[in-house]
Design a binder for this molecule. Structure first.
Ligand code: HEM
Length: 119
């Protein structure tokens, strides 16, 4: 199996895990289960590092579409992590932040996969 395919499968599996822990957190609500919340955050951080380390070295030779997908993935990670951080504080957040953290993970996953595939 070629290495890009393996990286894409690994990315999908970790994202599935992040999604499942996220739905768990959303379903059970605050106060969040510490273990699940910690796994959710660590996996998100690990995925950011993995996708970043994979894509960064090949960016110099990238075409326009690859740069667009990588940019979308970077923005997706940024806003998903910021909205997740806001949801985890004690104050009640506006519905917009909840919706952002519901929709942006899909954008982040799809753009990360597209960027990996194009390289
Ligand atoms: C790649 C990064 C991430 C992805 C893909 C992701 C994905 C998700 C998903 C799919 C949900 C379920 C939303 C729903 O209820 O429909 C969720 C919930 C949640 N996530 Fe994340 N997440 C990420 C990063 C983070 C980070 C970094 C934090 C905290 C610093 C965080 C905090 C939360 C919290 C607190 C909830 C529960 C929200 C609620 O009560 O409705 N997430 N996440």
């Amino acid at each position: 199996m070629n290495s890009i395919l393996m990286k894409m499968i690994f990315t999908i599996l970790v994202f599935v895990f992040i999604f499942l822990t996220g739905y768990w957190l959303g379903h059970t609500g605050k106060p969040y289960a510490v273990l699940i919340f910690t796994l959710h955050k660590l996996m998100a951080l690990g995925m950011l590092i993995f996708v970043g380390v994979t894509l960064y070295p090949v960016l110099k030779t990238a075409g326009r579409l690859q740069i667009v997908c990588t940019g979308m993935a970077a923005l997706g990670f940024l806003f998903t992590i910021v909205s997740g951080g806001l949801l985890s504080v004690d104050k009640e957040m506006p519905a917009l932040i909840h919706w952002l953290h519901r929709l942006l993970p899909y954008l982040t996953l799809l753009s990360s996969l597209a960027a990996l595939y194009l390289f």
